[in-house]
Structures are given as C-alpha cells and as structure tokens.
Design a protein around this ligand. Sequence first.
Ligand SMILES: [Zn+2]
Length: 236
Amino acid sequence: MLTRLFAGALCLGLLCGCTSRSVSGEDAAETRHLVEKPSTISAEQWGSDPLQIPEERKHTPKFITIHHAGVDWKAGSDPFKKIRDLQAWGKKTVEDGGKNWPDLPYHFLIAPDGRVFEGRPLEYEPETNTNYDVHGHIGVQLWGNFEVQRISSHQVTSAIHLVAWLSQEYGVDDALIGGHRDVAEDTSCPGADFYRYLEDGKFLGWVNRFRDGESAVIDLGPALEGGPTEMIPMPE
Ligand SMILES: [Zn+2]
C-alpha cells in the first residue's frame, strides 16, 4: 500500500495528470493509471446562458472530433467574452443572422494558453455547419485558425489531457479520435498546423503516453513546410 501511495505521489509530482489505483482487490499488484479530469472553467464560471436542448438530441459519446475555430485569434482577446459571444450568436434565429442553436456547438473549447472551457453538456450531440452525422461525437474546439497560425504547446498539451480523459471515461476507441475533416468532406478543419499531428499519428501517441502515466513532454517540431509560421498570440 505504501509503495502504491508513493508511486501515486511520484506520478503526480511529474505532472503526468494521473494516479495509480488498484483495478481489483484480488490482485493488488495489478495497477493501472487513472487519468484525472483536467481542470476546466465550468459553464457556470464563464456565465453560460443556454436554452433547453431537446431530449431527442441526447446521445452516447462514441467519437472525439477536434476542431479549430477557423478564425484568427487576436492578441489579448478574452476567451470568456469569446465563448459568451459564440453562444449568444448561435442562439439567435437564422433570420437574425444566428444558427438557432440552443447552446454552444462544442462540448469543450481550449484557449491558446491552454485553459479548457466547458461548453454544451456531453449528454447532448453537438452542432455543425458541415455535412456529417453529429450523433455520438464529442466536439472539442481549439481557438485559432491553424491554416494561418501555429498552434501553441499549451493548447496541444491541454488537448492531450482532455482527450486522454474523455477516451477513458467514454471508452472511445483510438480509431474514432480524429479531426473534423476526417468525418466531413467540405472542410479543412482543424487546420493544417494541427491536423499534421493527427495525420502522422503523433497526437494519438501523445494521448496514449499520457494514459499510460508518462509525462506529457511534447515537441511540436519546426513549422510545417508551406504552412503557417506565426505563433498564435496569447489571450488576455
Ligand atoms: Zn470543425
């Protein structure tokens, strides 16, 4: 027991975001890592004001689909304002220039400094502007436009922790973790500078290492050839 406690403490000391626990009382020697939920800014904390989402839109999460905002992140922008504005715009009727969405289109949104905001409750399917069946998809959005901005390591590190935790909680198969463009044909989302890590398997490798309790040291490498070179600026 003492050994296990010590291992857990050491693990947390390395900031790998997990703890060790016994899987079964029958075999105390067998332990597995448990990824803890990353710290988030709850919907209540950022001042969410959703409408009621219809019952028929409830779903069981099965996929994790990653997006970018597709809009350049400007230096000093306030993610609290951004998320409230996105919700307010989506809630407007189509005639009013909105989308008729009762709540945010995504379940989680990650700021350039790595802060994770909670959006739509996970029990409801997300929304999309493109053509794919959103049922069963957990939507994670990274703020920025990764066609023209480079993603920050803070953002990728938070995405790794979040995806490791979500896949553990919902039993999402690695093959069902991907980018928006993997499930919809009419988009370049989540942008070249992030999609490359999905395409070459690096992102899933980082997620797997995190789930195994190894420290989440990541190297994003040099700028993509022909891709963006400007680093995304930090928020307020
Ligand atoms: Zn997208």
